[in-house]
Design a protein around this ligand. Structure first.
Ligand SMILES: [Ca+2]
Ligand SMILES: [Ca+2]
Ligand SMILES: [Ca+2]
Length: 179
């Protein structure tokens, strides 16, 4: 006869922590880093083998800035960069805890926030608009959505093609520093 497991008994058997996956939606551009903009959605999904996921935690930080941990009790999508963030590199840290109190080791994802729609033009997130930013536009030149080189983040003039108008828009901010 198979014993009926109560939730408590299930928790006693559970020794594995949950597994949390971070998915970064569009628009984003993945090169040496992952470029994101304020409207880029981040989704955290957690699964657990036995006692199920109790809660998921995440925080956003860099060298000079840190949120505290934010807790959710189910899978969720969030846009972490809406207000108060300058262009630059950030780490999203996240993990989950199950009902047996097994805690997943913290996972980290590094992203570069690029407020291209604020027309700052700093695509690399190093605090100034320079030749490296222009290079990112050139890589995507002539591309449309669906092309391998398409990069929605450099579509400064948002008409679904990367062309000279996008380059010129970025060039208007050339040498701008915004640290
Ligand atoms: Ca578990
Ligand atoms: Ca730059
Ligand atoms: Ca364009």
């Amino acid at each position: 006869m198979v014993p009926v497991l109560t939730l408590r008994a299930k928790a006693d058997l559970d020794t594995n922590p949950p597994v949390t996956t971070l998915t970064i939606g569009d628009p984003k551009y993945v090169s040496t880093t992952t470029l994101v903009i304020p409207s880029t959605p981040f989704t955290l999904n957690a699964t657990d083998d036995i006692s199920k996921v109790n809660y998921t935690l995440y925080r956003v930080y860099n060298k000079t800035f840190s949120w505290g941990w934010v807790q959710h009790s189910s899978n969720f999508t969030f846009t972490p960069f809406l207000t108060g963030y300058k262009n630059g590199n950030y780490t999203i840290a996240y993990h989950s805890v199950d009902f047996a109190n097994n805690t997943e080791p913290i996972k980290n994802e590094n992203v570069t926030l690029c407020r291209s729609y604020d027309n700052l033009g700093d695509l690399t997130g190093n605090g100034e608009v320079d030749i490296y930013d222009i290079t990112i536009i050139c890589v995507a030149y002539d591309s449309k959505p669906g092309d391998p080189s398409w990069n929605p983040i450099v579509d400064f003039v948002p008409d679904n093609i990367i062309n000279i108008f996008d380059v010129v828009t970025c060039l208007q901010y050339y040498n701008n520093k915004h640290k």
